[in-house]
Design a protein around this ligand. Structure first.
Ligand code: ADP
Ligand code: MG
Length: 319
C-alpha cells in the first residue's frame, strides 16, 4: 500500500476549561490518500474543526500522531512545521471574516506568496493565474473584499490557499455560509481543482448531501469519536451505525422511511464535559442495551474499508 498523504492515528484532544475537561477529539484515526476527498460529518460540537486545526498543526494533540507522507509532525517547532504547513491549507467557513477587509485581493493572495519571494512581475502573473484558477480574473486583483459577493470571496479564500501549492485542502464548512445556489458553484470549483491539481481534500460538513457529492470516503463523528467510516455511497445507502442512520434521517429529502428512522435518535447531545460511559451515543440510541452503558465499542471492520463502532453491529433488521 502506498503511504497516505495524511494519516491521523489515535488522535485525541482535550481542552481544560473552568467547568472541567472537554474531550473534543477522542481516539480518532483515518488517512487520506493523495488526490482523495475525505469527508468528516457530524453535528455541531462533534470535534470536526478541532481535527482540522490539529491536522494543520495549529494546535497540538493531547495524544496520538499526525503524519504527512509518513512523516510525523508531532513535537515539531514552528520552523520545522513550515514545510508541512505548505502541504496543507485551510479554507474557512466564513468568507466575510476570513479575508482582511483593508487589503486588496492582490495583497491577500500576495501575503501567501511572500515566502516564495517572487520578482514583482512574476508575482503579478502568479496572482492572475491563481485568480483564473478559481474562476475570477486579473482585474479583480486591485479590488477589496467588500466589493465581492460571498461566493466570490470564498473563491478568493481558495486562491489564497492554493498560492503555496498545497497537496491537501482542509475545507471547514466552506459553503455553509453561502446561498444554496452559490454552494453548488463552489462545490464544482473544488471538484475541478481536485481534478486539475490532484489536490486531496479533507471536507468538513454537517451536510451529508454535499459530502456525498464530493467525497469518496466519509467518517461520521459523534462527541469526538468516529462512529462509522467507509465509502460514502455505502455509508449513505446502507448506514450501519444507529447515529449515521439518524443523521441521514435528518436530511430533509430523506426517503419515505424517514419518520420511522427518526425514532432512532432522541434527546440532545450530552455535554462533552461529561460524556456517557460506554458508547457515547447510547443515551440517544434506540438500539442501546445493557453492555452499551459499560463497554466502549471499537471501530471494527464490517466489510472491506468499512468500519463501525457499535456493539450491536450488525443491527437487527426489524426492530
Ligand atoms: P465542530 O467543529 O464539530 O462543531 P469543534 O471541534 O469546534 O466541533 O468543538 C468540539 C468540542 O470542543 C466542543 O464541545 C467545543 O465547545 C470544544 N472546544 C473547541 N475548541 C475549544 C477550546 N479552545 N476550548 C475549550 N473547548 C473547546
Ligand atoms: Mg466546526
Amino acid at each position: 500500500m502506498t503511504t497516505p498523504l495524511l494519516s491521523v492515528s489515535h488522535l485525541s484532544k482535550s481542552f481544560p476549561t473552568s467547568r472541567g475537561i472537554v474531550q473534543a477529539v477522542d481516539d480518532v484515526s483515518f488517512s487520506i490518500a493523495a488526490g482523495e476527498a475525505f469527508g468528516l460529518v457530524g453535528e455541531s460540537g462533534s470535534g470536526k474543526s478541532t481535527i482540522g486545526r490539529l491536522a494543520l498543526g495549529l494546535i497540538t494533540p493531547t495524544a496520538g500522531d499526525i503524519r504527512f507522507s509518513g512523516q510525523s509532525i508531532n513535537g515539531l517547532s514552528e520552523r520545522a512545521l513550515k514545510p508541512f504547513r505548505r502541504q496543507a491549507q485551510m479554507v474557512f467557513q466564513d468568507p466575510y471574516s476570513s479575508l482582511n477587509p483593508r487589503l486588496r485581493v492582490r495583497d491577500i493572495i500576495g501575503e501567501a506568496l511572500d515566502t516564495h519571494a517572487l520578482a514583482q512581475d512574476r508575482r503579478d502573473a502568479r496572482i492572475a493565474e491563481l485568480l483564473d484558477m478559481v474562476g475570477l480574473n486579473a482585474s479583480h486583483a486591485s479590488r477589496y473584499p467588500h466589493e465581492f459577493s460571498g461566493g466570490q470571496r470564498q473563491r478568493i479564500g481558495i486562491a489564497r490557499a492554493l498560492a503555496v501549492e498545497p497537496r491537501l485542502l482542509i475545507a471547514d464548512e466552506p459553503v455553509s455560509a453561502l446561498d444554496v445556489s452559490v454552494q453548488a458553484q463552489i462545490i464544482t470549483l473544488l471538484q475541478d481543482l481536485r481534478r486539475h491539481l490532484g489536490l486531496a481534500l479533507l471536507f468538513i460538513s454537517h451536510d451529508l448531501d454535499i459530502v456525498e457529492l464530493l467525497c469518496e470516503r466519509v467518517a461520521v463523528l459523534y462527541l469526538g469519536r468516529i462512529m462509522e467510516t467507509g465509502p460514502t455511497d455505502q455509508v449513505m445507502k446502507t448506514p450501519r451505525h444507529p447515529y449515521s442512520r439518524a443523521l441521514l434521517a435528518a436530511v430533509p429529502k430523506a426517503d419515505p422511511d424517514a419518520p420511522r428512522m427518526k425514532r432512532l435518535v432522541s434527546g440532545d447531545i450530552p455535554s462533552p464535559l461529561n460524556p456517557p460511559s460506554g458508547c457515547v451515543f447510547r443515551t440517544r440510541c434506540f438500539y442501546a442495551e445493557g453492555p452499551c452503558a459499560t463497554d466502549r465499542p471499537v471501530l471494527a471492520p464490517a466489510e472491506a474499508g468499512w468500519q463501525c463502532a457499535c456493539l450491536r453491529d450488525p443491527l437487527p433488521e426489524h426492530e
